[in-house]
Write a protein that binds this ligand. Structure first.
Ligand code: FES
Length: 268
């Protein structure tokens, strides 16, 4: 048997206990509302961030920094001389946070339901065409397994976003407390919450231990794991509020740079 023939002979997915056929279910609640709302919001925000971070500046020359505020999509700003004008500097860094979000376990659940109906919801039947889907065992979805590495990388832009938030308090060396700085601090706090509530970080802290109380080190790990578990319980909320805040921070800088709004600020 050839490799391709073997690939076609995949065992069918387990049938589970859900009723068969797309949308078939015994559930009586409005189970479709959450996947649709989450899928639309994900598409809207991810689409905006891609257009703003990758297309807007090369196409229209819209600035991404103004008066001590740098859009979070471009931080840390890497603008080498060899970079052609038609390539956004955002591309050099944006692949990390976008890769981190795209491979997040929570978002996977959201967009698998919305885009692929795989499944459309808990205890809801999926299309029969899915019976032999390979999903995360084959390209491209096997790349989801890089999530842990995106987590490591995500701490790099996160560190620079904290630097940016503090730097925005001292544009040109003079203290200023502006609405933009407040927005930057809120945003980076929410992004930190999103990152440290990650399932992979929780697993890293204590997921591989057989005994939590055996040594001093494992007891420390257990304590850390407990705290991360508490944060992880709200990972969905962290995911949404940080997605919205990073979008708002970029919109704020863009509008400020275009002169369409002013930054209310106390300057000392
Ligand atoms: S599981 Fe969501 S960021 Fe890791």
């Amino acid at each position: 048997m050839t490799d391709s023939a073997a690939a076609i002979q995949l065992p069918p997915k387990p049938r589970g206990t859900a009723r068969q056929g797309l949308g078939a279910t015994n559930r009586r609640d409005e189970w479709a509302v959450a996947p649709v709302v989450q899928g639309l919001l994900f598409t809207l925000l991810a689409g905006y961030l891609f257009v703003s971070g990758v297309l807007v500046t090369p196409l229209f020359g819209t600035p991404y920094e103004v008066d001590g505020y740098l859009s979070p999509l471009f931080s840390p700003l890497i603008r080498p001389d060899w970079l052609p004008g038609w390539v956004s500097p955002g591309l050099l860094i944006l692949w990390i946070p976008l890769g981190f979000r795209a491979t997040c376990y929570y978002y996977r659940k959201a967009y698998y339901r919305f885009y692929f109906a795989d499944p459309p919801g808990c205890a809801v039947g999926e299309p029969t065409i899915h019976r032999r889907f390979r999903m995360e065992t084959a390209f491209p979805f096997i790349l989801q397994n890089f999530h842990r590495y995106f987590l490591y990388l995500a701490f790099i832009p996160l560190f620079f976003l904290w630097v940016d938030a503090f730097a925005s308090l001292f544009p040109e060396g003079r203290p200023r407390i502006g609405a933009g700085s407040v927005l930057f601090f809120v945003n980076v706090t929410l992004l930190t919450g999103f990152s440290i509530s990650c399932n992979s970080l929780r697993h890293l802290a204590g997921g591989r231990l057989d005994c939590f109380s055996c040594t001093r080190r494992t007891r420390v790990q257990y304590s850390l794991w407990q705290r991360l578990t508490t944060l992880n319980g709200h990972h969905m909320a962290w995911a949404w509020v940080s997605f919205i805040s990073v979008t708002l921070a970029d919109v704020y800088v863009r509008l400020l740079a275009l002169g369409l709004i002013v930054d209310p600020a106390i300057r000392l």
